[in-house]
Design a binder for this molecule. Structure first.
Ligand code: TMP
Length: 240
């Protein structure tokens, strides 16, 4: 296996840093130790949270890769870093909902916890100035972000990913309420599932008690330090 040499910082987000490597088509993704909510208005340092999220996302992406779905993930390099294919991120957040919660519950005044007969897909336009508005397919195509064909392809992928990870988590006594995922294009224009799958980007509820096991505890100011919850998720994922 060719050794990976970490080069310059290419991008820094709220919870991750991306470094170039000696391979122009690969990057190192570094998970930071902070937790944010409300577009960065809530931002807290949580020692070692990056280690937990790196490991959780690694386990989930390894599983998705094993199901022959194309993702950016190559392998975990160390506690905080993973090697990934370099992609141009499509500026859309795809949200998949299995149970009503969060913004859907507020927007439509539906009680949290109502099960959806079919998963609902939503797209949010990644634009800080506009505060990431909810848009539809036609807006995304009009904005020149994506084509209808690419959107259809992505909907097939997220439907597939939802089915396989919903079961993966349920086997570990975790209900996958909803999640957010992003896609990118590699240098050959392949669309790859990218981003992370962690308690920062998913809503997880305990199968027996229906208690929240994710960032909602921080978002809703129910619990300041959510490390123990993230550790619990990792512990469950590691049970064979
Ligand atoms: P929402 O109910 O607030 O729209 O969130 C839906 C899902 O998307 C939930 O699992 C949390 C995740 N999410 C992110 O990962 N990043 C974000 O910026 C937002 C708004 C939601």
């Amino acid at each position: 296996m060719k050794s990976v040499i970490k080069k310059n910082l290419f991008l820094e987000g709220k919870t991750k840093k991306i470094y170039n490597t000696n391979n122009p088509f690969q990057v190192l993704i570094h998970y930071k130790d902070n937790i944010t909510a409300c577009n960065g208005l809530q931002n807290k340092f949580l020692q070692d949270k990056g280690i937990l999220n790196n490991e959780i996302s690694t386990l989930v992406f390894k599983f998705i890769n094993s199901c022959e779905i194309k993702t950016h993930f190559i392998r975990k390099i160390n506690n905080r870093e993973q090697l990934c294919h370099k992609v141009d991120i499509i500026p859309l957040e795809f949200v998949v909902r299995n149970i009503v919660a969060g913004s859907m519950s507020k927007r439509l005044n539906i009680k949290e916890g109502v099960r959806l007969l079919n998963p609902i897909f939503e797209i949010f336009y990644k634009n800080d100035k506009l505060k990431d508005p909810l848009i539809n397919d036609h807006h995304a195509v009009f904005l020149g972000i994506i084509s209808y064909e690419e959107l259809n392809n992505i909907y097939k992928i997220i439907s597939n990913v939802n089915n396989i990870i919903k079961k993966y988590f349920l086997d570990k006594n975790i209900i996958l309420v909803d999640f957010k995922i992003e896609f990118g294009k590699d240098h050959k224009n392949n669309i790859l599932l990218s981003d992370e799958i962690t308690p920062d980007t998913c809503r997880f509820w305990d199968k027996k008690t229906m208690k929240k096991l994710d960032k909602d505890l921080f978002r809703m100011k129910l619990q300041e330090d959510v490390l123990d919850i993230y550790m619990e998720i990792l512990k469950r994922l590691n049970v064979k």
